[in-house]
Ligand binder design. Structure first.
Ligand SMILES: Nc1nc2c(c(=O)[nH]1)N[C@H]1C(S)=C(S)[C@@H](COP(=O)(O)O)O[C@H]1N2
Ligand SMILES: [Mo]
Length: 356
């Protein structure tokens, strides 16, 4: 077993803070990702919180501030369970760094996403108990892990707008795949915001604060933003995820034998949507064939796809593209979505296979 209970063949981008993604061959195997295979994205050292001494504070613009124990959360609210795909804004950054360097940021492959069954309570129920004030427009999530990469170094804190926080799919979860949350995934309690960048799903949650404005923490105000453009002079705070797809096996650069080759991958539509169609091309995008797509487990949950391609000898580029249930497709070129931090890659994936 590797670091933090992960499988030995994880692609480890950093040991401290611990950042790792599963290889495509492992991610591809099951619709729900086992805990030892689930990607890990951390900005600081993993805190070890004692579940017995842990408390959740709910404060800010509320009528009745709360101080909750884990037992109080479990017994005081209705528990619910959901299958959720988490995807980091860093997923597939390697495809952008191939266009132009993204200095200082890890070139994640297509494995910075995973799917689990989460069990917990609805954030909306907890906020209802506290009594949200009318001017509470944002809900901030605070954790004790101090990130040395933040400027200045500070604990992890981000927020989501009130409407998103109150939707019934946003959970405060203590269980993942039927077991207590592992330390590296946020024990004893984490936020789960389906369909939004993983950065909003705060681990090791200790405080929920209702505010009039977004969190002014570095991870909200500075990181996980797209820089200003002519049409968005303030920059854009990342929230909902766009449609994405990737090839998982074979891997980019693999040598494969001639003849039929099984190619697999995934597609993921954003919040509230499902994937309608995935297509694959081996001739640079002139001819396309439809891949077999796994049935959806619900909006925003990844769907795996597979196809068998008869490849000629030589170097072959496999391209993939997807459409979601609203009819939206993906931009072809990674250059079209390149940004200085390399966030939210959504262009057609392209892998090179050396057919011998
Ligand atoms: N407290 C805290 N929460 C956090 C982070 C963190 O560094 N600290 N990383 C965020 C990011 S960027 C992502 S993508 C997800 C990753 O969750 P995972 O490690 O369980 O896969 O957690 C989010 N929650
Ligand atoms: Mo992330």
């Amino acid at each position: 077993m590797g670091l933090w209970g992960k499988r030995d063949d994880m692609v480890v981008h950093g040991r401290e803070p611990f950042n790792a993604e599963p290889p495509g061959t492992a991610l591809d195997r099951t619709a729900v990702t086992p805990a030892d295979t689930f990607y890990a994205r951390n900005h600081g050292p993993v805190p070890r919180l004692d579940p017995a001494g842990w408390r959740l504070t709910v404060d800010g613009l509320v009528a009745r501030p709360l101080l909750l124990t884990l037992a109080g959360l479990r017994s005081g609210f209705d528990a619910t369970e959901a299958t959720v795909t988490l995807q980091c804004a860093d997923n597939r950054r390697a495809d952008l760094t191939a266009v132009r360097a993204v200095p200082g940021e890890t070139p994640w492959g297509p494995g910075a996403l995973s799917t689990a069954r989460f069990r917990g309570v609805r954030l909306a129920d907890v906020l209802a108990r506290a009594g949200l004030a009318p001017d509470a427009a944002h809900i901030a999530f605070h954790a004790p892990d101090v990130s040395p990469s933040a400027d200045p170094p500070q604990p992890y804190e981000v927020s989501v707008p009130r409407d998103r926080a109150l939707a019934p799919d946003v959970l405060l979860a203590w269980e993942m795949n039927g077991a207590p949350l592992p330390a590296v995934h946020g024990a004893p309690l984490r936020v789960v915001v389906p369909g939004w960048i993983g950065a909003r799903s705060v681990k090791w949650l200790t405080r929920v604060t209702a505010r009039a404005t977004p969190s002014d923490g570095w991870f909200q105000a500075t990181a996980y933003r797209l820089p200003p453009t002519a049409s968005a002079p303030e920059g854009v705070t990342l929230g909902p995820l766009p449609l994405n797809c990737a090839v998982l096996t074979p891997r980019d650069g693999d040598v494969v034998p001639r003849g039929p080759v099984r190619v697999t991958g995934y597609a993921l539509a954003g919040e509230g949507r499902t994937v309608a169609r995935v297509e694959v091309s081996v001739d640079g995008g002139r001819a396309w064939s439809r891949a077999a797509l796994e049935e959806t487990a619900g909006p925003g949950v990844w769907q795996r796809w597979r196809t068998t391609l008869d490849l000629p000898a030589g170097d072959v580029h496999v391209l993939a593209r997807a459409w979601d249930s609203s009819g939206a497709g993906m931009p072809r070129s990674p250059a079209a979505v390149w940004n200085p931090k390399g966030y939210v890659t959504t262009s057609w994936p392209r892998v090179l296979l050396r057919v011998r």
